[in-house]
Write a protein that binds this ligand. Structure first.
Ligand code: NAD
Length: 447
C-alpha cells in the first residue's frame, strides 16, 4: 500500500520523534478541532441527530482536556526510566526507553465517531508515530469532516485519513502496520486480532459487551435512578459503556422503577420522540434490530418509536430474565431491561457466567458490598455509585478485559499503548565478572 510505504519512509526520517515535533502536532490538532467545531457539531447532528450540548461534552471538550493533559506531561513520560541494578548485574545500568512503534492504524466506530477517532490519534502522536485513521462509514458526514480537518492540518506521510467500509478496512488490515488500535464490536475485534496475528502486529482492541448496573438495597436510590438514566440514554444508548441492563434488589425494585421513570422525564422530557436534544438511531438496520426487543418482558416506560426519523424513546422493560432476546447481545440502544435478585450472591453468580463486561456499575452505600463486587467480578472498569464517568478522566486507564477488549488508553496509558518499552542494559567496561564465563578462575577482573 503506497500510503503505508510513504509513512514508513517518513517515520524513518525521524521527524516524528522529537518532543518539540510531538508538542507542535498536538497544538495543531487542538487548534484544528477549535476551528472545525461548528462543522463537527453540524456533522454529528446530520449523522446521529446529536445535540450541540452532547456533542461538545462527549466528543469535543473531552479531547481538549486530553490534549492539554498529554502536552503537560509528555516531556516527563518520554524520559528514559532508570531502574534498579540487581546484585548479579554489578557495574551495569538499566533503562526503559519509550520507543515509538512506527506506522500505526486506527480504526474507529460510528457511535462517538469524532472522539473515538481522534482520542487514539492523540496517543499515536504523543508516542512519536505516524498514523492512518479509518473512520466509520456509517457516519459519513463526520468522516468527511475528520478527513478535511486532518488533510488541512498534517502532511499525508505523517497523518492521513482513509475512508471506506469493510473492503477498505480489510485491505488496511492486510498491511504490516507496526501497531493497530481498533474500537468496535466484539465480532469485528476477532477479525482484527486474527489479521494482526498474520504479521504479529501488536494491537489494542476496545470492544463492547453487556455492562451491568447493580442496584443494591442500601443504594441511594434517587441518585442511582438519575445516574443510570443519564448513562443509559445519553446518545440514545449507543455508548459502549452504557449500562446495558439493571440488576436490582427485589426489596427496592418498585421504588427504583418509579424514580427511574421520573429521572427519564426530567432528563429527556415527557415527549422524547419530539425532543430536539435527543439522539436518533444511526441507521435503519439498527432501528429494526432494536424495535424487535420492545415486546420482551413488561413495558413499563417508553416504547414509542418514529421509524422515519429512527427514534426510540427511552424505554424500560421489567420482568426480564437472561433467556430473553434482549439479554443475548449488547443492546446498544435506549432500551433498559430490569432483572432482580434476592441475594447479592445470586446476581454475582449470574454475572460471572457472562462474558467479562467492559464496564460494571454498583450502587451501594456499604463498603463491604462494594468490596465484595470488586473482589468477585472481573470487568474492564466502572464506577461505584455512578455510570460512564470513569472514562472521562485522563488519570484512569480505559479498556476492557477478555471479551470486552485487550489493552487500554487515555492520558499516560495512551502514551504507554503507543510506545514499546525498550529495555536497555548498559554494561561497564572497567571490570568484568568472570563468574559467568566457563573455565575462568577469577571472580572479578579489572580490565
Ligand atoms: P464495528 O465493529 O461494526 O465497526 C468498527 C469499525 O470496523 C468500522 O470502522 C468498520 O468500518 C470496521 N469494520 C466493520 N466490519 C469489518 C470487517 N469485517 N473487517 C474489518 N473492519 C471492519 O463496530 P461499530 O458498529 O462501528 O461500533 C459499535 C461497537 O463498538 C459496539 O459493540 C460498541 O460497544 C463498540 N465500542 C467500543 C468502544 C470502546 O471504547 N471499548 C467504544 C465505542 C464503541
Amino acid at each position: 500500500m503506497a500510503l503505508f510505504e510513504k509513512q514508513k519512509s517518513y517515520f524513518h526520517m525521524g521527524n516524528t520523534k522529537p518532543l518539540a515535533h510531538r508538542l507542535e502536532a498536538l497544538t495543531l490538532l487542538k487548534d484544528a478541532i477549535k476551528q472545525y467545531e461548528p462543522k463537527i457539531i453540524e456533522a454529528l447532528h446530520q449523522d446521529l441527530h446529536k445535540s450541540e450540548f452532547e456533542s461538545y461534552m462527549t466528543e469535543i471538550g473531552i479531547l481538549y482536556t486530553e490534549i492539554d493533559h498529554v502536552k503537560k506531561h509528555l516531556k516527563k513520560w518520554m524520559r528514559p526510566k532508570k531502574v534498579k541494578t540487581a546484585l548479579t548485574h554489578l557495574g551495569t545500568k538499566g533503562k526503559i526507553h519509550h520507543d515509538p512503534y512506527g506506522v500505526t492504524l486506527i480504526i474507529a466506530p460510528w457511535n462517538y465517531p469524532f472522539q473515538l477517532a481522534i482520542a487514539p490519534l492523540i496517543g499515536a502522536i504523543a508516542g512519536g508515530n505516524t498514523a492512518i485513521l479509518k473512520p466509520s462509514e456509517l457516519t459519513p458526514h463526520t468522516a468527511n469532516v475528520i478527513d478535511e480537518m486532518i488533510s488541512h492540518t498534517y502532511i499525508p506521510e505523517y497523518i492521513s485519513v482513509v475512508q471506506g467500509g469493510v473492503d477498505v478496512s480489510t485491505e488496511l488490515l492486510e498491511t504490516p502496520f507496526d501497531y493497530i488500535f481498533f474500537t468496535g464490536s466484539v465480532n469485528v475485534g476477532k477479525i482484527v486480532m486474527e489479521k494482526a496475528s498474520h504479521h504479529l502486529t501488536p494491537h489494542t482492541l476496545e470492544l463492547g459487551g453487556k455492562s451491568p448496573a447493580i442496584v443494591h438495597d442500601d443504594a441511594s436510590l434517587k441518585l442511582a435512578a438519575k445516574r443510570i438514566a443519564w448513562g443509559k440514554y445519553i446518545n440514545a444508548g449507543q455508548t459502549c459503556v452504557a449500562p446495558d441492563y439493571v440488576y436490582v434488589h427485589e426489596g427496592v425494585k418498585e421504588r427504583f422503577l418509579e424514580l427511574l421513570a421520573e429521572a427519564i422525564d426530567a432528563l429527556y422530557s415527557t415527549d422524547p420522540i419530539n425532543h430536539s436534544e435527543y439522539t436518533h438511531i444511526v441507521n435503519e438496520e439498527h432501528f429494526k434490530r432494536l424495535t424487535r426487543f420492545l415486546d420482551n418482558g413488561q413495558l413499563i416506560k417508553g416504547g414509542q418509536t418514529n421509524s422515519d426519523k429512527r427514534i426510540i424513546a427511552p424505554t424500560v422493560l421489567s420482568n426480564i430474565t437472561f433467556d430473553d432476546a434482549v439479554m443475548k447481545d449488547e443492546i446498544f440502544g435506549p432500551i433498559l431491561p430490569i432483572l432482580s435478585y434476592q441475594h447479592l450472591n445470586d446476581a454475582i453468580e449470574m454475572i460471572q457466567k457472562q462474558p467479562k463486561p467492559l464496564a460494571l456499575y454498583l450502587f451501594s452505600e456499604k463498603s463491604i458490598t462494594q468490596q465484595t463486587i470488586l473482589d468477585e467480578l472481573s470487568f474492564g472498569g466502572g464506577c461505584i455509585n455512578d455510570t460512564i464517568y470513569h472514562l472521562a478522566t485522563p488519570y484512569l486507564p480505559f479498556g476492557g478485559v477478555g471479551a470486552s477488549g485487550t489493552g487500554n488508553y487515555h492520558g499516560k496509558y495512551s502514551f504507554d499503548t503507543f510506545t514499546h518499552q525498550k529495555s536497555v542494559l548498559k554494561q561497564t567496561t572497567y571490570f568484568d565478572l568472570d563468574l559467568r564465563y566457563p573455565n575462568q578462575k577469577h571472580g572479578l577482573k579489572w580490565v
